[in-house]
Structure formats: structure tokens, C-alpha cells
Design a protein. Structure first.
Lengths: 350, 610
């Protein structure tokens, strides 16, 4: 495991590299149900941002509508947030990062928000490689409207009010992967350590990082036969690897067994250490990732970890060929062309 | 010699007094044949000769093969509205020839290729047939450009018959092809060959001709969408998110075209504005909202069907008070409607777009110069008032080329509205996003990224208190909306005042807005000349300013003239001035065509001459 570096030991105890305490990352008290997976994820977002020394003021929190989308209120109150429209977190995020590419965007959506009403917008955000940590708190149901099936509900699942779900579920990781996402991970809210490390890795990624986190709904979808329940998750969770993220500016000090470990370098200088568990898995192979997801679907496995990683694709602001300084902060002189330039255009149109 | 078939019978026509600079031409072609280049060359050459001119393209929703008509009006007094009749037909489409011919007034002119079949020719029309196929054979035509070059033949014939200077045609083509010599040369070869042929073979027998007039000095020739794009660029737009739709696409195209020239950082060579073609209009509006929230001047451009998809975001932006600009280049609906025909049919929808208690603010450009002005001013208003601003253009204004006043460079510094910096927050020591500190309903905002622990707030479409925290308390909900309504009252004082055109002794008032301005001004002058003075007020915004109420009260009857089925703006005016409602009447037309002065005159006479 990584231990502390010289840099880290020099700072006051209980503070991170930007001089903040963990309590500086707190949000408002949750109003979600007790035991909801989303609460656990909110706590891990707090821990991950603290450990990655990300300044809350330099972060934006985005969401759509639904239980999951309420959760940005429950972490990092010192960050600007936008709780937008159902299924429309993606365009809000796209506009916001184009306006200010210096901000770190964290999006929290749900399975209804992303895989039902917002599937189109989700895929286009991925296709454009909008820089954002895109977390889907996936529980297979609509909680706020009292438990209807979402597009990720299991086929054959029974809900008292709706009967049996006849449709196969949308696999969010698969959708991300076929849309050419360069960071695809799956996790389980019942494995908070892995959730935290994967969020840390996503925070260091430069494009769209999709995290599909199975996050049980204790009120409407937590019966043992549901693949979105705590008990099913605990029984079936099958981590690909043990994930540890070493933030930038910190040194790796671990017992290193070259045959058992893969290191993934992130563009911000952080490193993701993947300690091999039961299977050999190369997260840089897209074909391998697709095969893995297919295997997980066929065998009903909850395979978790970093499923795919590829940092080759340029993120959207780079493609747009924009100035380095955030557009939102440009002074009027940089935004309004000269009087002479207008005269020239008028003359060309006479 | 290929002269008029009825030359003998119409010989008297040649004796008619000349009609100089005062007639209309209709060019009937097939769309996709490149006739736009020819038509605009004629238009621009006339303009450069100092003759007031207007052009309108009546085109189908189709890529290639369906009938298209281009109208060119020249007028010594500067009236450029569409006319109900055209005097000169350039018939380049056999399929519509018979009908086009039947539309000509007595004494009209028909110019057509001599291989066209002309059945049941009218005898009160002057005909000029020209040998298009022979002309094409005689000159070298670049591969694949035959149709385009063919259309240059009528340019040459028309120029010769009317007296349009070939040098000005050449300059017009040079403007069109942005100075590239080869296309100018190959197109001019045909223009000159056709003009030469016409000079040698056609005997002028009609009275129509043009003369240099010196009446376009200082003016420019441009379409409204390009002007809007330029306005946005000079207004500091930082994000345009859009989705292709007729007739709005050319706004985004023009903005994209001009960005590298006007908004490139001189040091890095990189751009200071992002343009993104979204996956649909929902996303286009959402990107604008996200960008505006994060601090850029963000806009989208669309037309009716796209506006429908933007409804939810429009409501969110109104309620969460995010300053976006939405250009609605209106076309005729409902539904897909006629995508290439003009209308003023989105007024009520735009005014109230968004569910619940939503009331949006509209700007109404009436000229191409105003498209430029509102292009930049809309951002000042949006950021000052922290609300969406809808700019209601239409197909006629947006896509047609108009003669317009030179644009005035923005005469005020950018107004970025009430934004608190980290230093402000340090000094003040507190921040509540929706607290009405100044009593004008406009509250202070902070931009994401502002480096101060007090800066953050939670932007949301859900009920909120002054600190933007979620709240379901009745007094918070209603208090917040009441405050937004105060802001709407404040907004009035920022709205552009209407333009008033008065005639001595008028008892009747006309109210109109947008692209119908040219028809209204002309109708007003003609009515006055015939002894029937009316006053004319052109609205430039909703909400209205106090001049509108004054105008209504000062007249016995007021007619609201507009291009929709039953008076959308008339309804808004009546809502605003209920005590005057009985005196406010509608004059409406909803046929997809630009308004004409003669229509307005017919309406007014029918209602006012007893």
C-alpha cells in the first residue's frame, strides 16, 4: 500500500496538500433514506476529494433529477452546484466545462436519469469526452416516484405495483464503452474503499470518467433476488483487482511485485495501482473489456474495478481549440473585436 | 432574330413612358441549380448602382429539383418589401412557366430560354427568348458547373435589357466568391456572352430600366442571420450551442465562419468562443444554460420545433435565473409546418415558454441592423436581468438579403450584471444568492470557481430560499416568485423603446414588429399620400415600455399587424392594456409569405373607409 511522502509529513496533521481539513469537504445532512447506498457514495466523494487535495472552490457538482441527483447537496458545500433537469446533467456539464475548463466537474446521476430519460445525452457527453467524473448511482428503480422500474432493472424482476419487468437491462458500462469512453469503472456501494479509490482515479482522469456504482435502494429494491440489493452484491461481488490511487506529488512506497501489479499513469501525475486478484485482466484492452462485460452479464457476476482505461482521446475543450484561460474569465477587451474590424466587414458587404 | 412572338401586337408597349428604378423581378428556377449566385449578383449590382433594392427567396423544403422563386424589387424611394405582383418574369423553370406567366400583370415582361415551350402565350406581355443552349455550347464551362453557369445567362440578358452595369455584376460576383478569380471569370464569361447576344439580337420593347441613383451610400447588404451572428460576436459570445434547423442554421454557420477572423487570440492563435453542434435542441439549450451559469455569454439559435424542445430548459433558466440568449428564427407551424416559409407564430409560445408561472422577455428586431444590435445587446440584458432573452427573428429577416443601415459599433461597455468576486465576498462577509439587496428584484450571483469559502451556492430548479437551499416553505416559494416579478418590472426600464412613425392628423394607429417593418412604412406613406394618415408604432420588446400605452390611448383605434392566424401580439397588447382592449384589433395573415404594403392598405381601407 502507498504510504505518506516527505511532502505529506511536512503539513499539519489532518490537513491535505491544499491546507484543508476533511470537514471542509462536508455537505448538508442527507435527506435520503437511512442505509441508502447514495449516502455511502457521498461520503466516499468527500474522502476522495480530500485525499486528492482538490479544492472545493475549484470543483463544480452537477446532477439531473432523482434521489441520486439530490446527493450533491450532501457533500462539499463549498463547491458550486447545479441540480438541473431530469436526464440533462450532460448538456449542463458540457456547457459549464467549456465555459471554464479549469474547474473539476463531478456529476452524480442515477439509472433513471442516465439510462432512461438521459441515455441520448449521456452517450453524446461520452462521445465528446467532456471532462467530468460521471457517477451513476445505480439501483434499478425510481425512488422519488415510489419504486417504478428503471432501464437498468433486472429482467424478470417483480415489483408489487408494476408486476414483472419483461425487458433486459441497459448496462451503463457497456454503453459507455461502446461510446468510446476512456475510463469505465464499476463498483458497489457496499465496498466503500474501492468506491473511494475509483473516484480518486476518476478525479485524475482528463476526459469523461464513468463510474457505474451499484447503490442499493433500501426502500424499493433491496430484496435478495435483485442484482441491485446489498445482499446480492455482497454475495456476488467479484473485484478485478485491488485499487489504490497515489495522488500526484506523492511517492509510491509499496511492496512491489511486478508480476502481480499494473500501474496506470494519469495525466495529472497520479498513479493507479491495480493489484492482481483472482484473474489476469488488462484494463487497457477495449476488446477485453467488452468480453468481460459480456461474461459478467451472462454469468450474472458483479465484476467491479477499473474495467477500461485509455487516455489517448483529447477532451472536448482541447478539440475546441480554445484559449487556455477560462472563457468565463476573459476580459471584455478579449471578447469584443475592434471597431476597425467591423468597418472592414461592412465594407465587404456593400 | 429571336424576338417577341407577338412583337407586332405589342409594338405600342415600346411607346409607354419609361419606368425607371421602380419595378419587381421574379426569377423562377429549380432549387439546387445554383441560381442564388445569379440572383444575388443581380441584387448586389443594383445596390452598387445606388438603387434601393430588396431580395426575397421563396424556396421549397427540398435539396434539388423543386420550384424556387427569387423576388427582386427596385424602388426609388427605398421601399423594399415584397410586392404582390412582379413585372418581369425570368422563366427558368419549364414546370411552372404557365402559372408564372399567368401571374404577370398586363404590360409585363417574360424572359425565357428559347427551347422552353410557351403554350397559350399572353398577348399583353413582352417576350424575350434567348438561346441558352447555344450560349452554353459556345463558352467553355468547367466540369460539373453547367447548371450554375447556365443561370448566369439570364443575368447577362437581364443586365442588358434593364441597363445594369456589367462591371458591377463583376464586382458583385467578386464579393460573392470572396475575391477568388477563377469562379468570377468563368461566371462572367457567360454573363458577358449573354449580354452581348442580347445587345445584338433583342429589340427593347418594354419600359423597364434602371439608372444609377446614389441612394444606397453608407448602407450594407446582408441577411439577418449573419448580422445576428456578428452582433453576438461583438457582444462577446463565449458559447454557441445549436442544432441544425431551417431557417436558423445560417446564424450558427455565419458565427462559425467569422470566429477565426474576429475571435482568435493574437498570442496563442486559439479561439475565445466555443461553438458546439448539439445532439438535439434539448442539449443545445442545456449547454447554453450550463455555460451561462459558469460565466460565459451563452446562446442558442433555433426555430419553432427546436423551441418546443427547449421549453423545459427555458423554464429552468427563468426560475434559476440563468442569463441565456435564445434566437428564434421563426418559420410557419404548427409541427414541421412549412420549414422554408416565414411567420410570426411563436410569439405567445416564447412569451410563456416554461410551465408554471413563467413569463419570458422578448426582443423584436425589425431590420438587419437591429439583428446586429440585438445580437450584442441581448447579452447585456440577459446578464443584467439574469434571465433568458428570446430574440424573435423570422425566416424573412434572417435568411433574405436586405439593404440596411450600417451597423453601429456597440456604444456602451459590456454589462456583465451583478457578479460578486472573491474580493467582494471578503469585503461584504456574507452571500445569499437570491437576496434582493438592491430592491430591484435582481440579486447577486457568483461564478463557479470563485475562490472564496462563501462563494458557492446550489443552483436548482427546485424551490429555494434566499441562500438557494432547498425549501418547500410557502412563504419562500411565493416570496421568491414575487421578487422575480419585481425583476420583470425592473426589466421594462431596460427594454428598447418602440420606434414611432407619425403622420399629421392620424386618428388610427398601426402596431407591428419584426420583418414587416418595410411593408408597414410603405403602406403608411401610401395611405398618407392618399389622404388617410395613420401612425405606426414598431414594437421592439415584450414587456412593453410606457410609449405603447400612450400610443394606444392617443388613437381611436389601433390595429396590430402580424403574420400569424389570429393575432398573437394583439393578445399580448390586450392583456397588458385591458382597459383599452376594445380598441385594439388584429390584422393578420398566415400564408408563409412576407407581408406587402398593398395588403396593409387593403386591410386598413376595408376597415376604416365606410
Amino acid at each position: 500500500m502507498a504510504s505518506t511522502s516527505a511532502l505529506e509529513t511536512a503539513r499539519p496533521a489532518g490537513t491535505n496538500l491544499v491546507g484543508l481539513e476533511k470537514s471542509d469537504y462536508r455537505g448538508l445532512p442527507t435527506t435520503l433514506c437511512q442505509g441508502c447506498g447514495h449516502n455511502s457514495i457521498a461520503s466516499q466523494i468527500v474522502a476522495a476529494c480530500y485525499e486528492m487535495s482538490i479544492k472545493p472552490e475549484r470543483t463544480i457538482k452537477l446532477s439531473g433529477i432523482g434521489c441520486s441527483s439530490k446527493s450533491p447537496a450532501y457533500f462539499m458545500s463549498r463547491s458550486h452546484a447545479f441540480n438541473s433537469l431530469h436526464g440533462r446533467m450532460a448538456p449542463i456539464a458540457t456547457g459549464a466545462v467549456l465555459a471554464n475548463l479549469s474547474l473539476k466537474a463531478i456529476g452524480v446521476s442515477g439509472d433513471g436519469d442516465t439510462a432512461s430519460i438521459g441515455l441520448g445525452q449521456f452517450k453524446h457527453l461520452v462521445r465528446r469526452n467532456v471532462p467530468i467524473v460521471y457517477i451513476v448511482e445505480n439501483n434499478g428503480v425510481y425512488g422519488l416516484t415510489k419504486g417504478q422500474f428503471s432501464a437498468t432493472a433486472d429482467k424478470g424482476q417483480v415489483i408489487k405495483s408494476q408486476g414483472e419487468n419483461p425487458f433486459l437491462p441497459v448496462d451503463i458500462c457497456m454503453e459507455a464503452l461502446v461510446a468510446n469512453c476512456g475510463f469505465v469503472a464499476r463498483s458497489f456501494a457496499g465496498d466503500p474503499k474501492q468506491v473511494k479509490e475509483l473516484i480518486k482515479a476518476a478525479l485524475g482522469y482528463k476526459g469523461t470518467a464513468v463510474l457505474d456504482i451499484i447503490s442499493p435502494c433500501v426502500t424499493f429494491n433491496n430484496r435478495g433476488e435483485s442484482t441491485k440489493s446489498y445482499s446480492w452484491g455482497r454475495e456476488h461481488v467479484d473485484p478485478l483487482h485491488d485499487v489504490t490511487v497515489v495522488p500526484m506529488r506523492e511517492e509510491i512506497q509499496v511492496d512491489y511485485d511486478a508480476g502481480q501489479q499494473t500501474t496506470v499513469e494519469l495525466h495529472d501525475g497520479s498513479r493507479v495501482l491495480l493489484q492482481k486478484l483472482s484473474r489476469d485482466y488488462d484494463p487497457t484492452s477495449r476488446a477485453g473489456a467488452l468480453a468481460l462485460l459480456e461474461e459478467a452479464r451472462a454469468k450474472q457476476l458483479l465484476i467491479t474495478g477499473l474495467i477500461y482505461f485509455n487516455e489517448q482521446q483529447p477532451p472536448l475543450p482541447e478539440v475546441q481549440n480554445l484559449v487556455e484561460s477560462p472563457l468565463a474569465l476573459l476580459p471584455a477587451e478579449a471578447l469584443r473585436p475592434s471597431r476597425e474590424s467591423l468597418e472592414a466587414i461592412l465594407n465587404e458587404n456593400r | 432574330m429571336t424576338v417577341a412572338k407577338t412583337a407586332e401586337k405589342q409594338a405600342h408597349v415600346g411607346l409607354r413612358p419609361p419606368v425607371v428604378n421602380d419595378f419587381s423581378i421574379v426569377v423562377a428556377t429549380v432549387n439546387g441549380s445554383g441560381s442564388q449566385t445569379s440572383n444575388v449578383a443581380l441584387l448586389r449590382a443594383l445596390f452598387r448602382m445606388g438603387i434601393p433594392v430588396g431580395g426575397k427567396n421563396l424556396f421549397p423544403s427540398n435539396i434539388q429539383g423543386l420550384p424556387t422563386w427569387f423576388l427582386i424589387r427596385v424602388n426609388p424611394d427605398g421601399y423594399t418589401a415584397r410586392t404582390e405582383v412582379s413585372h418581369i418574369l425570368v422563366a427558368m423553370n419549364q414546370a411552372t412557366l404557365a402559372e408564372d406567366l399567368s401571374q404577370l400583370p398586363g404590360g409585363g415582361v417574360c424572359i425565357y430560354p428559347d427551347h422552353f415551350k410557351l403554350s397559350q402565350a399572353r398577348e399583353d406581355v413582352t417576350y424575350y427568348a434567348f438561346p441558352l443552349q447555344r450560349l452554353l455550347k459556345d463558352i467553355e464551362v468547367p466540369q460539373g458547373r453547367r447548371d450554375y453557369i447556365a443561370n448566369m445567362a439570364y443575368v447577362g440578358v437581364v443586365a442588358q435589357l434593364l441597363g445594369i452595369e456589367l462591371d458591377e455584376i463583376r464586382r458583385a460576383l467578386s464579393t460573392h466568391f470572396r475575391g477568388r478569380e477563377e469562379p468570377v471569370r468563368s461566371n462572367m464569361a457567360m454573363v458577358e456572352a449573354a449580354a452581348e447576344w442580347a445587345k445584338a439580337n433583342l429589340v427593347k420593347q418594354d419600359p423597364f430600366r434602371v439608372e444609377r441613383a446614389g441612394k444606397t451610400d453608407g448602407l450594407v447588404l446582408m441577411d439577418g442571420n449573419t448580422a445576428a451572428a456578428l452582433g453576438a460576436i461583438y457582444g462577446g459570445v463565449g458559447l454557441l450551442a445549436w442544432y441544425p434547423i431551417t431557417p436558423a442554421s445560417s446564424l450558427a454557420d455565419a458565427l462559425t465562419d467569422y470566429l477565426p477572423r474576429l475571435r482568435r487570440d493574437p498570442h496563442s492563435g486559439k479561439l475565445t468562443c466555443a461553438v458546439i453542434q448539439a445532439e438535439d435542441e434539448v442539449a443545445a439549450a442545456g449547454m447554453a444554460v450550463g455555460g451561462a451559469w459558469a460565466g460565459v455569454r451563452a446562446m442558442t439559435s433555433t426555430s419553432g420545433p427546436g423551441l418546443s424542445l427547449m421549453a423545459e430548459f427555458a423554464g429552468l433558466a427563468f426560475f434559476a435565473e440563468v442569463p441565456i440568449v435564445i434566437w428564434d428564427v421563426q418559420r410557419i407551424g404548427p409541427s414541421t409546418g412549412l420549414p422554408t416559409r416565414t411567420s410570426q407564430g411563436d410569439i405567445l409560445f416564447a412569451r410563456f415558454i416554461g410551465h408554471g408561472d413563467t413569463k419570458q422577455t422578448l426582443l423584436l428586431p425589425g431590420t438587419v441592423a437591429e439583428c446586429f444590435e440585438f445580437g450584442w445587446r441581448a447579452f447585456d440584458l440577459a446578464e443584467r436581468l439574469q434571465m433568458p432573452i428570446f430574440v424573435m427573428s423570422d425566416l424573412d429577416l434572417g435568411m433574405n438579403i436586405w439593404m440596411t443601415e450600417a451597423f453601429v459599433y456597440p456604444d456602451v461597455p459590456m454589462d456583465r450584471g451583478k457578479v460578486l468576486s472573491a474580493e467582494d465576498l471578503e469585503r461584504i462577509g456574507k452571500f445569499a444568492r437570491y437576496a434582493d439587496v438592491d430592491g430591484d428584484g435582481i440579486t447577486y450571483r457568483t461564478l463557479p470557481g470563485t475562490d472564496h469559502p462563501l462563494a458557492a451556492y446550489f443552483n436548482r430548479g427546485t424551490g429555494h430560499d434566499e441562500t438557494a437551499d432547498y425549501s418547500e416553505r410557502p412563504e419562500h416559494w411565493e416570496g421568491n416568485l414575487q421578487r422575480i416579478w419585481r425583476k420583470l418590472e425592473t426589466a421594462r426600464s431596460y427594454m428598447p423603446a418602440p420606434v414611432l412613425r407619425e403622420k399629421h392628423g392620424a386618428r388610427i394607429g398601426l402596431i407591428a414588429y419584426g420583418s414587416t417593418d418595410s411593408a408597414l412604412s410603405e403602406a403608411q406613406d401610401l395611405l398618407a399620400a392618399s389622404g388617410m394618415p395613420v401612425d405606426y408604432l414598431r414594437l421592439r420588446s415584450v414587456p412593453f415600455t410606457s410609449q405603447v400605452g400612450d400610443f394606444i390611448r392617443a388613437h381611436e383605434r389601433v390595429y396590430v399587424v402580424e403574420l400569424n392566424i389570429d393575432g398573437q401580439m394583439r393578445q399580448l397588447v390586450q392583456l397588458e392594456y385591458p382597459e383599452q382592449a376594445a380598441r385594439i384589433r388584429s390584422l393578420c395573415r398566415s400564408d408563409g409569405l412576407p407581408l406587402t404594403a398593398s395588403q396593409v392598405i387593403t386591410w386598413v381601407r376595408a376597415r376604416e373607409v365606410k
